[in-house]
Ligand binder design. Structure first.
Ligand SMILES: NC(=O)c1ccc[n+]([C@@H]2O[C@H](COP(=O)([O-])OP(=O)(O)OC[C@H]3O[C@@H](n4cnc5c(N)ncnc54)[C@H](OP(=O)(O)O)[C@@H]3O)[C@@H](O)[C@H]2O)c1
Length: 328
């Protein structure tokens, strides 16, 4: 069982409020890289979800990115061959992500776009409105995946709203985020449309062995958030095994960590505002780790989350109400 630091999540979510206060509009040129179409098929490998739709194994994450940072990062990512973008209502950067997608010139149908709705919007009617609001902020007429961000509040009712949105063509797939144990089982028992993925805090120190097995049985993909351990956490990359493997494969330790996720069958959405890192994070398809190396990395696993929310803390999540439209 995962040991969870129950209040750690507050740090991250308080940081989000900083994002709301900052941010200027970025003026990015309407540059379209001609290499895209050929690079895309060569470099972007996909997983087929349980509804038959393909999803890129690597996407760009935007947690804690201010609007102008998110706009720049997503634009750079799309220019460099990424075709999957992860945002959320509560990141307060959906409008910026939408601008980056529009400016990139990449056809909408080439991009796997994911967002998440927060528990303050969970009863059925609020969730219906939240879906439309999310589409409007992103400037798109459908989402590839819409996720229930936390297993808190009336999530079953919200799930029903998501199922209707699939039928209405507003979303293509439904995802879960941070759903463990009884909450996960409850959704599966009630779902007419199965979720395609469950996104969980996951990296070599929190490898999610138990959930990995459970999700595999249900043919639901595990998508790793905090794939590198989260902003400001370099401890995983500093572990001797990643330093050694980086030398062996002529990669950075972070690239080796991301490769570990792919070997485990996980989808990854590393967050970055550095052009160099954004490029590096996609460049992990040309090597693989041996069974012995995977076994050595497994010794780092403590199933310990940094930002997980459990027990009584979960009850407070629906109270975190924000005006999601108040963003640049
Ligand atoms: N569903 C949820 O509850 C939930 C929670 C948290 C996050 N997420 C999603 O998951 C995504 C990933 O998580 P995260 O961004 O918080 O953490 P992360 O990807 O584990 O780590 C991001 C940090 O790693 C650095 N980094 C990225 N690539 C690097 C590289 N190649 N070399 C060295 N450093 C590198 C980044 O710095 P630079 O900017 O300098 O590159 C940033 O500080 C988020 O962006 C978000 O979309 C979901």
């Amino acid at each position: 069982m995962a040991k969870i630091q129950s209040m750690g999540f507050l740090r991250g979510y308080f940081a989000i409020f900083g994002n709301v206060l900052c941010g200027k509009n970025l003026i990015l040129g309407r540059i379209r890289c001609k290499q895209f179409s050929c690079c895309y098929h060569l470099r972007m490998s996909t997983i087929i979800l349980n509804n038959g739709k393909p999803m890129p194994k690597i996407g760009i994450g935007t947690f804690l990115l201010k609007p102008e940072e998110a706009e720049r990062a997503v634009f750079i990512a799309l220019q460099n061959g990424y075709r999957s973008v992860d945002t959320a209502n509560i990141y307060m950067n959906e409008k910026a992500v939408g601008r980056a997608i529009a400016k990139s010139g990449v056809p909408r149908e080439e991009i796997f776009l994911t967002s998440k709705i927060w528990p303050s919007q969970f009863p059925y009617a609020k969730a219906k409105k939240a879906i439309d609001d999310t589409l409007r902020r992103l400037g798109v007429d459908y989402l590839d995946c819409l996720i229930l961000h936390q297993a808190a509040g009336k999530y079953l009712e919200a799930y029903r709203a998501l199922e209707e949105a699939v039928e209405e063509g507003k979303i293509r797939s439904i995802g879960l985020s941070n759903f463990y144990g009884k909450h996960f089982e409850k959704v599966l028992a009630n779902a007419k449309i199965k979720p395609v993925l469950n996104t969980l805090e996951c990296n070599p120190t929190c490898a999610q062995d138990h959930m990995r097995e459970l999700l595999a049985k249900e043919n639901i993909i595990l998508e790793s958030w905090y794939p590198l351990g989260g902003k400001g956490n370099t401890s995983i990359a500093e572990a001797p095994i990643f330093q050694e493997l980086a030398k062996k494969y002529n990669k950075t330790p972070q690239q080796v960590i991301l490769r570990w996720h792919l070997e485990r069958g996980y989808i990854i959405i590393p967050g970055s505002k550095s052009e160099n890192h954004i490029k590096q994070n996609l460049d992990i398809l040309g090597f693989s780790l041996t069974a012995e190396e995977m076994a050595e990395i497994a010794k780092l696993n403590k199933e310990k989350q940094r930002l997980g929310v459990v027990g009584v803390a979960r009850a407070f999540l629906p109270l975190l109400r924000m005006n999601f439209d108040k963003q640049e």
